[in-house]
Write a protein that binds this ligand. Sequence first.
Ligand SMILES: [Zn+2]
Length: 58
Amino acid sequence: MTVAALAAEWICTRCGSTNRKLVPADSGTVTDRCVTCRARHVITPDARPVRWDAVLEG
Ligand SMILES: [Zn+2]
């Protein structure tokens, strides 16, 4: 069984690090944490499928 997935790439708004999260292809908004500074972000798909928009959560 194969579940379509894509790598959502987003830029941390706190430290500027590039993060990647594997998400289901039909994902809407998801949350992830920066691997560098551990700030939680809400990431949403952009028009381009690879680069997502990120905003600090909370
Ligand atoms: Zn960060």
